[in-house]
Design a protein around this ligand. Structure first.
Ligand code: KG4
Ligand code: ZN
Length: 337
């Protein structure tokens, strides 16, 4: 019997809803992004994000049902992101999903946002099965995760300070490129020389798979200040390419190390930074030498969306996971819970 899950996502600046069949087939995937609204502030303004989610969520959910060609009656469960994320933004999706599930007498499934990012790979690669290693790199998180099962995860490494996407966004800001920074740096770096400037690749200690991106961020800022003081001309494309090279080197090295240590032959990348072209190319080349398969979703499934939430929601549904109507938003939430 087919199972249809309605997914709802509002953890940051995307109001999203999707209908997914049997955890693998996307029937609709509606994303209303607020990027243009937040652009002028150089980052997401939580208060504005919450207000916009409130305005948009009803139309986004309705559109997801219409595009999927289904009615609420056809849906088997409502899956919603309940954390981590901006608490006010999360509360909009959680409250809406609660009302929807209650009114329609459907089960409510609570989904961890990062688990959803990893699950995007199940939508993109129909044959993918756990276990595998996942690199989850987004604006708020940088984790190396062992996906032991569809709903069971173990953190092998994490950032000690900035997330990779956060570093991309900050460097884009100091280079005057705009927001969000990742795609803009990715584009500009194609015209630059990644070996023009050496920025640090931080290794916490030889056994740790953890990341630290604040050092490379400071090194780039210092480089720019120094050049400015000396009146030297700055080649922004070279800075972007060299910064990106430093970040992707570390992401690849630690992730491949995690795969080797755990005897895993598949790496599935997830999160907004997994859309980075240099990261993808580098990971593929390095993994080919080691006989490791590299998977990643299309860019639209890398950044925030609700299809990934419906997908993870499907596996949680099969596991019997259900939320009651006292479900609350959780700004911080471990993937191991
Ligand atoms: O997963 P996501 O949409 O939201 C969070 O859960 O954080 O990730 C957004 C992050 C932003 O920091 C953005 O700059 C980064 O992903 N990003 C990229 C690229 N596309 C998005 N970073 C590097 N290269 C890209 N092509
Ligand atoms: Zn995300």
């Amino acid at each position: 019997m087919d199972k249809l899950i309605l997914g709802i996502e509002s953890s940051c600046d995307e109001t999203a809803a999707a209908v997914v069949k049997n955890g693998r087939e996307i029937l609709s995937n509606i994303i209303n992004t607020q990027i243009d609204l937040h652009k002028k502030y150089g980052g997401v303004v939580p208060e504005i994000a919450s207000r916009k989610h409130i305005e948009n969520i009803d139309a986004v959910v309705e559109e997801a049902l219409i595009q999927a060609g289904v009615t609420l009656n056809d849906i088997d469960a409502v899956a919603v992101t309940y954390g981590p994320g901006l608490v006010g933004a999360l509360l909009v999706g959680v409250s809406y999903a609660k009302g929807y599930a209650y009114a329609a007498k459907k089960p409510l499934i609570p989904v961890h946002h990062i688990k959803g990012h990893i699950a995007a790979n199940f939508l993109a690669h129909k044959d993918l099965k756990p276990p595998f290693i996942s690199l989850v790199a987004s604006g708020g998180h940088s984790h190396i995760v062992l996906a032991e099962d569809y709903t069971k995860f173990k953190i092998l490494g994490r950032t000690r300070d900035d997330a990779a996407g956060e570093a991309f966004d900050k460097i884009a800001r100091v280079l005057g490129l705009g927001y969000p920074g990742g795609p803009l740096i990715d584009k500009l770096a194609k015209q630059g020389d990644p070996k023009a400037i050496h920025f640090p690749r931080v290794k916490i200690d030889k056994d740790s798979l953890d990341f630290s991106f604040s050092g490379v961020k400071t090194a780039v800022i210092n480089y720019l200040h120094k050049a400015e003081q000396q009146g030297a001309e700055i080649n922004k494309a070279d800075v972007a390419a060299s910064f990106q090279d430093a970040v992707t080197d570390v992401l690849c090295e630690h992730t491949i190390d995690a795969a080797i240590r755990n005897n895993m032959k598949t790496i599935a990348m997830a999160g907004g930074v997994a859309a980075n072209s240099d990261l993808r190319n580098k990971m593929i080349v390095l993994c080919r030498e080691k006989g490791i398969d590299v998977l990643y979703p299309s860019p639209v499934l890398c950044t925030d969306n609700a299809a990934m939430i419906a997908c993870e929601g499907y596996y949680l549904y099969l596991d019997g996971s259900r939320a009651t109507l006292d479900l609350n938003a959780a700004a911080s939430l471990s993937i191991e819970d």
